[in-house]
Write a protein that binds this ligand. Structure first.
Ligand code: HPA
Ligand code: ZN
Length: 340
């Protein structure tokens, strides 16, 4: 193992952009399909993985939504979340903010309550058992209507204390941030943190990123790599101190490039870039593999790798005191490795 790989592996890390449904590994799909008496169109996990051959966002999303059909009971959501948190913990992820997509389940007849209770129970148990701290972010599907998003926001209110924020995902084409302005205004009034996907190399990417700033007032941007095409936009992101949750291996699968050099440019400009896994079971890399691939391709220094980790703790939606605690864990780790 190279020194850098080992350094990254043992470093305390946070992950801010991971879709819990995107952590559904083929092996678990087969287990859940058996449990729920569902037929799958593949003979084995290997065959399923071999079919993960995406070249754009819609081709990934098709597989992603099909895959989650095996999630039916509360226990399924519990098992899914537990498997992800166990894996994340094994990579020294000490804090994770996870997305979930309630509309992808309620539209197929699964109750909101079933989904969120299973995820929540896994979060509580993982904290007790492994010490991994987590929070949950509810995403709206942007290719559904704003009315449906608003209804979903209302469904979330009885579970307000289990959610830290809201996001926006699914197919960006023809679904700009502004479509959801009223929903995000209402979410802010409820005290939710606000983030939105600005997927990579989309139609009108920079216009959409401007909208998240000027029309929505997001607290964070998911992906957002195309901001680099617009100097004024980068300046505005720096000035607002907004973090970007970049997902290199996801980028590679969807656009053909890790965008690792772009991540280095963001760091050099003082933009608060972070590195995340997005949908690790589909893109075949968790946060460790994402950091290692980025460091290697962009030839990042150890300081830059630490900066990426520190950015994630600082951009987390944790109370300031907890953020400080995690940052000092990172600092102690770096000090213990100095000269190593
Ligand atoms: N982009 C849009 N929608 C998604 C993603 C993503 O990266 N992952 C899961 N749903
Ligand atoms: Zn995503």
């Amino acid at each position: 193992m190279t020194d850098m790989r080992r350094f990254i592996e043992r470093m305390p890390k946070a992950e801010l952009h991971v879709h819990v449904e995107g952590t559904l590994e083929p092996e678990m799909k087969f287990d859940l399909a058996r449990r729920n008496d569902i037929a799958l169109p593949y003979r084995s996990a290997e065959e399923m993985r071999a079919a993960y051959d995406f070249d754009d966002l819609p081709s990934f999303l098709k597989m992603y939504y099909e895959g989650m059909g095996v999630l039916q009971a509360e226990q399924d959501f519990y098992d899914l979340t537990t498997a992800y948190l166990t894996k994340a913990h094994s990579q020294n992820v000490v804090y994770a903010e996870m997305f979930f997509d309630p509309q992808a389940h309620t539209t197929r007849g699964i109750d909101y309550d079933t989904v969120i209770r299973g995820i929540r129970r896994a979060q509580v148990d993982a904290q007790d058992r492994l010490g991994i701290r987590t929070q949950l972010i509810m995403c709206f599907l942007r290719d559904m209507s704003a009315d449906s998003a608003m209804a979903t926001l209302e469904q979330s209110l009885p579970y307000r204390d289990w959610l830290v924020g809201v996001g926006l995902d699914s197919d960006e084409k023809g679904n700009p941030p502004i479509k959801f302005k009223a929903v995000f205004d209402r979410a802010r009034a409820e005290g939710y943190g606000l983030t939105m996907h600005c997927d990579v190399d989309q139609e009108n990417s920079t216009r959409h990123i401007w909208q998240t700033l000027e029309d929505i007032g997001v607290d964070r941007i998911d992906h957002g790599v195309n901001s680099l095409e617009d100097e004024a936009l980068c300046d505005e992101i720096v000035q607002r101190g907004l973090a970007l949750t970049v997902c290199p291996i996801s980028n590679k699968c969807i656009t053909g490039s890790l965008k690792a050099v772009e991540i280095r440019r963001m760091l050099e400009k003082g933009m608060r870039a972070t590195v995340n896994s997005d949908d690790p079971a589909y893109f075949l890399g968790y946060v460790q593999e994402n950091l290692v691939a980025t460091q290697k391709e962009a030839d990042l220094s150890r300081d830059q790798v630490v900066r990426l980790a520190a950015n994630a703790f600082e951009a987390s939606w944790l109370p300031a005191e907890e953020q400080r605690g995690l940052l000092s864990r990172l600092e102690s780790y770096v000090a213990s490795e100095a000269g190593a």
